[in-house]
Design a protein around this ligand. Structure first.
Ligand SMILES: C[S@@+](CC[C@H](N)C(=O)[O-])C[C@H]1O[C@@H](n2cnc3c(N)ncnc32)[C@H](O)[C@@H]1O
Length: 267
């Protein structure tokens, strides 16, 4: 806890990232990733392999690649990618210290942009529920990039504002609608880019034991507020939390899909 508090103090972050809790959330991911290292290994490796192979297959050689939700880069093999493209733009609400250091050492090849990719936080913090469009400067970078990769962020986008909306009296139906709109806008952005890649968890379920010690498995729960993604180029199961990690007698797994968003989708 002390390490996390110290990290919160020293990480350069916008007031939006601090007040919304997303800085704290990102710091928590670092510690969780370390506790769940072996459990997450397969998922992180599958994500890294998919991204690297897709960027390697791009012709001509990509000049500019944008990563949305870069975070700690646990699921991105940036060294391998730097062999494959000239310039990387990493976009997240906050960039951890180690990623800032890496960018500093990369001689201008790794650019960091901070943005709320949900468009929800500013207004939610002020008690409102209007969504803002993605910042125009970031949108135009996304439109002109050779490849845009959304990496394990899609289901997280509505999470930051969820509790703020609930506190300001939004009904569950309103929150569902806002969350659906955020997911839709992100998918549209990827569809409009020249080459959009999406890696996202889409459903989650719990496993545990009943009173008699028999194993029970819950139904898959939607994480994308009604969006069914097309079949992935690749799909896998992410063992996201053990019994010990959840602390409630259940373990949690998620289905992850990795795909190119080539055609427009139907809402
Ligand atoms: C599950 S992590 C993705 C994994 C990340 N690539 C990594 O390896 O750490 C989700 C990331 O999305 C970012 N994020 C969540 N909500 C966001 C928002 N509204 N705008 C921008 N980034 C957001 C978090 O800061 C975090 O880095």
């Amino acid at each position: 806890m002390l390490a996390e508090a110290l990290e919160w103090l020293v990480t350069p972050a916008s007031s939006l990232a601090r007040r919304s809790g997303l800085l704290a959330g990102q710091i928590a991911i670092r510690h969780r990733a370390s506790r769940c290292r072996s459990l997450w290994h397969g998922h992180l490796q599958a994500t890294r392999r998919y991204i690297t192979s897709q960027v390697a297959a791009l012709t001509p050689h990509p000049q500019q690649v944008i990563v949305l939700g870069s975070g700690h880069l646990n699921d991105i093999d940036l060294d391998a990618l730097l062999e494959l493209a000239d310039h990387f733009v990493l976009v997240d609400i906050v960039h951890p210290l180690e990623v800032r250091w890496r960018s500093f050492r990369a001689g201008g090849r790794i650019e960091l942009l901070e943005a709320d990719l949900s468009g929800s936080l500013e207004n939610a913090l002020a008690g409102g529920k209007t969504l803002l469009p993605v910042d125009e400067a970031i949108r135009s970078r996304i439109m002109s990039a050779d490849c845009v990769i959304s990496v394990n962020i899609l289901s997280q986008l509505p999470v930051g504002a969820h509790d703020l909306w609930a506190k300001s009296g939004c009904s569950e139906a309103e929150i569902e609608h806002l969350s659906h709109t955020i997911i839709k806008a992100h998918l549209e952005l990827l569809h409009q880019s020249q080459h959009g890649l999406l890696i996202s968890d889409q459903v989650a379920r719990l496993r545990g034991l009943d009173d008699k010690g028999n194993s029970i498995t819950g139904a898959w729960q939607d994480l994308l507020f009604g969006f069914a993604l097309a079949k992935g180029d690749e799909e896998w199961i992410w063992q996201i939390a053990s019994h010990a990690e959840r602390g409630d007698g259940y373990e949690e797994e998620r289905k992850v899909v990795a795909l190119r968003l080539a055609t427009r989708f139907e809402d």
